[in-house]
Design a protein around this ligand. Structure first.
Ligand code: ZN
Length: 243
């Protein structure tokens, strides 16, 4: 079975649709690592498109924020405004759907979470040291995470926890190598690695063959939708910088 791995769509329907079109015919099932909503202009459209696909979806911090499960005073003012807009915009049915999302899922050799194995909603794995501290918190060889919006592969090198980060190589399938890995496919709808293209990944579930991918999408169209919705200008501008 081939899996389309996506994360952090953030209500960017144009990016989501572009990824689905780009990966068309190359997957059988979707794993979505959370943050379907928040920041972007099309939360209902993104939730409803995902619902139509054979999928498994984890809960992210922005999904929880939209459900009023988090204290958003810790969010910056722009993010807070986007959360409030998202709460008002989501339909009742889509809110119920978000409420039912799990925080961790284990399937075969893979553990799935939004943020980190030890803090599935909150922790940012932005460096090898933090990845190293997380390896004891899952039992499968491989863990997929989102949340940082930066594609990367962390590999545990020894039982003492020594860990290194590998930058993604795009469009080149790699064989997961039996080492313990924490893998981030990057963000569909709001990349933060200075590359504004939408990020996603493809996994051959049985063979353990994994591939990072990037694809350009119509950023201007998402920005237009955000302006129409009255979302903060800083959130609109960041999409074209990939930050
Ligand atoms: Zn996110």
């Amino acid at each position: 079975m081939r899996i389309l791995i996506i994360s952090d769509i953030h209500a960017n329907y144009v990016a989501f649709d572009t990824v689905l079109e780009h990966a068309k015919g190359q997957w059988d099932y979707v794993w979505c690592l959370g943050d379907v909503v928040g920041y972007g202009p099309a939360p209902n459209e993104c939730v409803e498109r995902l619902q139509q696909l054979p999928h498994l979806c984890l809960a992210g911090n922005h999904d929880w924020a939209a459900l009023d499960r988090l204290d958003i005073r810790t969010f910056n003012p722009d993010a807070r405004r986007a959360v409030e807009w998202t709460r008002e915009t989501l339909t009742e049915a889509n809110t119920r759907w978000l409420e039912a999302l799990p925080t961790t899922f284990v399937i075969g050799q893979y553990t799935l979470v939004h943020a980190s194995p030890r803090e599935p909603i909150w922790e940012y794995i932005l460096e090898p040291l933090v990845a190293a501290l997380n390896f004891p918190h899952f039992e499968t060889p491989y863990c997929f995470v989102g949340h940082t919006h930066q594609p990367v592969i962390y590999q545990m090198l020894s039982e003492t926890g020594e860990t290194e980060a590998h930058r993604p190589v795009y469009d080149e399938p790699i064989l997961l190598n039996g080492h313990r890995l924490i893998v981030n496919p990057g963000s569909v709808g709001q990349p933060r690695d200075t590359d504004p293209r939408a990020a996603y990944a493809i996994l051959d579930f049985e063979k353990g063959i994994f591939e990072h991918r990037r694809i350009e999408y119509n950023i201007a169209e998402t920005q237009r939708q955000m302006r129409n919705a009255g979302l903060p200008e800083r959130l609109i501008a960041r999409l074209e910088h990939g930050w």
